[in-house]
Design a protein around this ligand. Sequence first.
Ligand SMILES: *Cc1c(COP(=O)(O)O)cnc(C)c1O
Length: 381
Amino acid sequence: MRFETRAIHIGQDPDRSTGATIPPLYLSSTYTQTAPGETRGYDYARSDNPTRANLEACLASLEGGEACAAFASGLAACSAILDTLQPGDGVVASHDLYGGTFRLLDKVFRPQGIDVAFAESGDPEAFERAIHAVRTPRLLWLESPTNPLLDIVDIGGLSALASSYGLLTVVDNTFATPGLQRPIEFGADYVVHSTTKYLGGHSDVIGGAVIARTFDLLKRIRFLQNARGAVPGPFDCYLVQRGIKTLALRIERHCKNARRLAHILQDATGVRRVIYPGLSSHAGHELAKRQMKDFGGMLSLELEGGLVAAKRFCTGLRVFSLAESLGGIESLCCHPATMTHASIPKEIREPRGITDGLIRLSVGLEHIDDLVSDVLQAFKD
Ligand SMILES: *Cc1c(COP(=O)(O)O)cnc(C)c1O
């Protein structure tokens, strides 16, 4: 079956006892046993429940992995992977990580004795040096496209490098989704998601997931899902699964709207540069063409006039909401320097390109004419 069909049907068999076409939401926390220790596959809903199992089956299929474990948030999913490490083990990561993932590595796992080294996302030699810089390198951690600068990272090249040194590769695929990019096909061992974003797609649920290339690679994570207990509730799983059914359709429109907006913004006065992987001016454009099916719904722009211009633009928008997060049906605008990346000191973020004039847009599914006129009128206010 093709992607669109699997998104709708995997884990969504009609209910066997009633014929309900959409499987019911199983809220029960416990499952009645026929004899002590004899279950029908479920005993207690933290360990497993049908609504979650359905979502996990669907996500594994969409990413091309053998198994998936769902979590209460994207960061709980990231934690579960990092929890497989022992003190003394090392993680090599690209510099441009989601802020919460950086915080997890730096403030939670590093103090527990995990070595962490960072490398520039476009520099394979820097990754090689970082692998040598940690004592026992175990994991390579990548995101592509990155946040908020939308760099395209060579998943195939870097996971081959990682595996030549015996590291497993983790790719956070939240920005691209399996609708546009399937890291396991390029050699990744784990894919991690914040299902809060495009997979849920409606800005009404927090969730996460780990998909592993093989059953074996998921074993410890599956154990930790139950042992640590950072599990999503059934209703959350239901909402994410419901979102996934329209993922292919939504992603198509997200990409189309973002591409059009990127072209229009390129010519707008007051815009220093537009960062969108679909533009031929983007340094990662050719790599994105090889690695992704389309260029995504995220775009960033740098305004002339720095902080003052950025604040005026953000507050002048009427259709776009000024909010963190991304990937929902509604368009969102974010000012990284004062919002998502405010905890990074200016001396560090400015040279990295996260300037006071940088704006990140999550382009939604509204009519493109309304999005274009909203952005253009925000320049005039
Ligand atoms: C949002 C996000 C996360 C964290 O997910 P939560 O669901 O908020 O815990 C991780 N990685 C990326 C790329 C994200 O955008």
